[in-house]
Design a protein around this ligand. Structure first.
Ligand SMILES: [Zn+2]
Length: 742
């Protein structure tokens, strides 16, 4: 009796300590208060609301590329439609080129520590020792009648002051003339555009993007999205139609957003014929310009200009590339509702891999993404070769990947093909499903990387692709530098944004698809989100709500943990107890006596390390009549007894050490070597967020139990996932062995 009392006291103490240190955190509570509430613009279902509106901007641009002094100048006419319910007394226009001006607030903020042994390029980033000219010269802003409009520039944003407010439901047309020095891409950190000079043949490849003054977004959640451009957070842009005329040296080839309007004027008869052939070539690309022809072009160095004309409908941006170095291949890709010309442009330095792989990768991306969301709606999809990086614009992307001395490692080739798929994929996120990149980098990078990895896994099965295991090093990293996914783009560290904004959301979506919701239902919901928000501006809440609305799955616990915290998944299999039920009539005294030594758990000093000491005995008594109360029916207790008698009952104890709520997958390995899987939903953690016990009944005897055997949930420490416990080298032993050279 004294012993019993002692146990009772310690148990109560343990419980009270647990209650103090591990308080309820509400991990299953709705996230309604953490996200913007629904309203008439954005419905509670996650779809655009009845009163959803967005602005529109149409552009007519004439631009001239001056190769002699690397300058781009242009005149543009913007027609801006105020579809908002508000009257606007001023407009904001983005001037991204100003980010490269010396003295800009962004300057030096990214790479701001002096290190021992910096190279000259790093020193330039830090000090701007050489001051290259950069940024816009605005020649005029005038209204339709030619009257000057007053404007004020604040770094990368220009405020256009209107004499009369632009009334709700009306539009205005105005013009801007501008020019800027095109920058050498290699001289700036995070440059997505600029020129690349090739001294061997004295030629340049121009990658021209965020080049013309563009309307900032005005919407229901931000008002004007006029956050300064600081390079990491990309763009928020309005949709519209474009008519663009680009004048370049007459021996240049232009690759551009939009459908080409004057092939007969700028292409040779041979090139036009080859394009006709390519339009009917569905199995392989046709060379429009060959290597020999490109090499001949490299030498001509014409000073005369030629004008290329393009039209693009319903795009949020416009980019182009221009050079006399380009080889060009093209083929047709048939989608259920559209036939697209997939085309690649590359200098000879991109050979041979670019010719072999680029257009093929475009085709794979077009097919997989279209199937997963909606058919690619545009007429062309272009991949332009660059020395490095990958960057996307509507219908065109600039992608890195070059062989060195004609050779490319397998890893480099995989990364090159992955980059092309990724940047083509950005046509969906954010070029069409147009989330705000400057605010939420993860919304386009995460969703796009998810489909990019799916494309790689489906079309290039031999390649490495992202799985939940890929995020473990990041999620088990230093908590002091980890930020939640729901961190605005420019506030993330340069060393962390890849893992946090690309990989972590990708793995989250993979877990939802493969392990939490299920493939078919998830795919429908993902498609629903893409279709609800195509050519619109979704916010995070619209994605979260749609994924729940279209699956009947409460995912608030998942969004709360995965997107709003830096917790990780670390489940510990603390104990597995083995029981057997014996008949009441047998001499239980003897068995009890024996099993006393076998009792394991918190209340005993000795924990069983494995199953070798046999099962504990459960004495199952008859339910007293009073327990059934007034109910007339009685359980068939003889039948219950028959069902459990002699079977193996296992009580599994699992601790949540990482903090993230997750479903639990349990693998049973029986003594005969066979295996079985049991899946527990995340909801097992509702009543106790720290530790759960679950009971299973098995015919066979178990030899080993493992948690998350297939690495579905990014468990950061799998050494505590097994019973019997796997003996792992302690840190001290590891240190000792290292010291002694073992
Ligand atoms: Zn990306």
């Amino acid at each position: 009796m004294r012993r019993f009392l002692f146990f009772l006291i310690t148990t109560i103490l343990c419980l009270s300590i647990q209650a103090q240190t591990q308080k309820w955190q509400g991990k299953f509570e709705p996230i309604d208060r953490m996200i913007a509430p629904p309203n008439t613009y954005r419905a509670a279902s996650g779809a655009p609301g009845k009163a959803y509106w967005q602005q529109r901007a149409d552009y007519k641009i004439k631009a001239v590329l001056n190769e002699a002094n690397n300058t781009l100048s242009g005149e543009e006419t913007i027609t801006y439609y105020n579809n908002s319910p508000d009257d606007l007394s001023y407009l904001w226009i983005q001037l991204e080129q100003n980010v490269n001006k010396k003295g800009n607030e962004d300057f030096g903020s990214i790479n701001n520590g002096i290190k021992d042994g910096m190279n000259a390029r790093q020193m330039q980033f830090l000090t701007r020792a050489i001051n290259f000219p950069a940024g816009y010269s605005i020649k005029y802003i005038k209204d339709q009648n030619g009257h000057a409009i007053k404007s004020l520039v604040n770094n990368t944003m220009m405020k256009v002051l209107l004499e009369e407010p632009l009334k709700s439901g009306t539009s205005m047309t105005f013009s801007i003339a501008w020019s800027y020095p095109i920058t050498d891409r290699s001289m700036y950190l995070l440059s997505r555009e600029g020129y690349e000079y090739f001294p061997e043949d004295d030629n340049t490849v121009y990658l021209i993007a965020h080049w013309f003054p563009r309307m900032a977004v005005y919407n229901d959640t931000e008002g004007w999205q006029n956050q300064q451009f600081q390079k990491l957070g990309e763009f928020a842009l309005e949709f519209g139609d474009y008519e663009v005329e680009i004048s370049v040296p007459e021996d240049h080839i232009v690759a551009s957003t939009g459908s080409h309007q004057n092939s007969d004027h700028v292409l040779s008869k041979t090139q036009q014929n080859r394009m006709e052939t390519a339009r009917n070539s569905f199995d392989k690309p046709v060379m429009i310009i060959t290597k020999e022809e490109a090499e001949a072009n490299e030498k001509t160095k014409s000073k005369k200009l030629k004008t290329w004309k393009f039209k693009a409908t319903n795009v949020r941006d416009f980019a182009f590339a221009s050079s006399r170095k380009f080889l060009w291949d093209a083929q047709a890709v048939k989608l259920p509702s559209n036939t697209v010309m997939a085309m690649s442009f590359y200098p000879k330095e991109g050979l041979p891999v670019w010719q072999e792989e680029s257009t093929k990768a475009i085709k794979h991306a077009l097919e997989v993404y279209s199937e997963a969301t909606f058919d690619y709606p545009y007429p062309v999809c272009i991949s332009v070769n660059t020395s490095n990086i990958g960057i996307e614009f509507p219908m065109i992307s600039f992608n890195g990947g070059r062989a060195i001395n004609g050779k490319m490692s397998d890893a480099a080739k995989q990364s090159m093909i992955g980059t092309i798929i990724h940047e083509v994929g950005h046509n969906w996120f954010p070029m069409i499903v147009s989330s705000d990149e400057r605010k939420w980098m993860w919304m386009d990078e995460g969703l796009n990387t998810f489909l990019h990895q799916r494309t790689v896994a489906e079309r290039y099965p031999d390649f490495n692709s992202t799985t939940p295991k890929s995020i473990v090093p990041f999620m088990s990293g230093d908590k002091n530098i980890l930020r939640p996914i729901m961190t605005t783009s420019d506030n993330e560290l340069m060393s962390q944004f890849g893992a946090n904004f690309y990989l972590k959301p990708t793995v989250g979506l993979q877990m939802l698809r493969n392990s939490i919701i299920g493939k078919e239902l998830f795919d429908q919901a993902f498609k629903e989100y893409a279709n609800r928000w195509k050519f619109k501006h979704p916010n995070p809440a619209d994605l979260f709500r749609t994924l729940e609305d279209a699956t009947a799955t409460d995912l608030d616990w998942f969004f709360r943990g995965w997107f709003f915290t830096t917790d990780n998944v670390d489940m510990e299999l603390t104990n597995v107890k083995w029981f057997k039920v014996f008949e009441e009539k047998t001499n239980i005294e003897d068995q009890k006596q024996k099993s006393q030594f076998k009792i394991e758990g918190e209340n005993t000093t000795v924990k069983a390390k494995d199953f070798s000491s046999g099962p504990e005995v459960i004495n199952m008594t008859t339910t007293p009549d009073a327990a059934y109360g007034q109910f007339l029916s009685r359980l068939d207790e003889t039948e219950i007894r028959k069902q459990v008698l002699g079977k193996n009952i296992y009580e599994v104890s699992i601790k949540n050490k990482g903090g993230l709520i997750m479903p639990v997958t349990i693998e049973w390995i029986y003594t005969d070597g066979s295996k079985e899987i049991d899946k527990l939903p995340a909801q097992i953690w509702r009543r106790n967020e720290y530790e759960v016990k679950q009971t299973f009944i098995k015919e066979k005897e178990v030899a080993e139990v493992n948690l998350d055997p297939n690495f579905e949930f990014a468990d950061v420490d799998t050494t505590n996932n097994s019973f019997p416990k796997v003996e792992t080298e302690s840190e001290f032993d590891a240190f000792k062995n290292k010291e002694t050279g073992n």
